[in-house]
Design a protein around this ligand. Structure first.
Ligand SMILES: [Zn+2]
Length: 173
């Protein structure tokens, strides 16, 4: 993805207040990131482990989401596969992320959720640049196909968060 400045990252947030966006802790100095290997920028807030951020290119713009991260008890864990990059994880390496919807639907408490890699490093897993703890089922798809699938899944999640008309009638999940 195109490199972003700290200011661009903060101003991309669509589902939280400007104050929340100002208070978020960035992962590293943005100039040090390997943007070429990223389909999106995702990280856990280093000072608030229950918070996470997802910054996703969408068309000609960039959409940033504030997420809350929870680790359900093992008995309630519905999946150990990341919904974005399809990596299988042990219980410590997967979390349930939920995003308040943008706009009025979010103010009414509606959210969208997905299981995903705890570290949100899906672009690195998809490119085999980071190895998961668990051995993976053999996949017949190429790295390019995994990256394309990852982009499609993340885009679909962002569109769910942005889709205020559908969520206003559905009443959330
Ligand atoms: Zn993942």
């Amino acid at each position: 993805m195109q490199p972003l400045t700290a200011e661009e990252i903060r101003s991309s947030i669509v589902n939280a207040s400007k104050g929340d966006a100002r208070r978020m802790h960035l992962p590293a100095t943005p100039e040090q990131l390997n943007w070429d290997d990223l389909d999106f920028l995702g990280w856990r807030d280093p000072k608030a482990p229950g918070r996470a951020y997802l910054i996703v290119p969408l068309g000609s713009t960039v959409v940033g989401l504030v997420l809350s991260a929870t680790v359900p008890p093992r008995s309630l864990m519905r999946s150990n596969m990341c919904g974005f990059c399809h990596t299988f994880h042990d219980a410590a390496s997967i979390a349930l992320f939920s995003a308040r919807l943008a706009g009025a639907a979010g103010r009414h408490g509606n959210t969208a959720g997905t299981y995903a890699c705890t570290d949100l490093a899906c672009p690195l897993y998809a490119r085999n640049l980071r190895k998961p703890f668990l051995p993976q089922a053999a996949e017949t798809v190429t790295v390019e196909e995994r990256v394309a699938r990852l982009r499609q899944k993340v885009t679909a999640f962002v569109e769910r968060v942005l889709d205020t008309t559908a969520s206003a009638t559905a009443g959330g999940e």
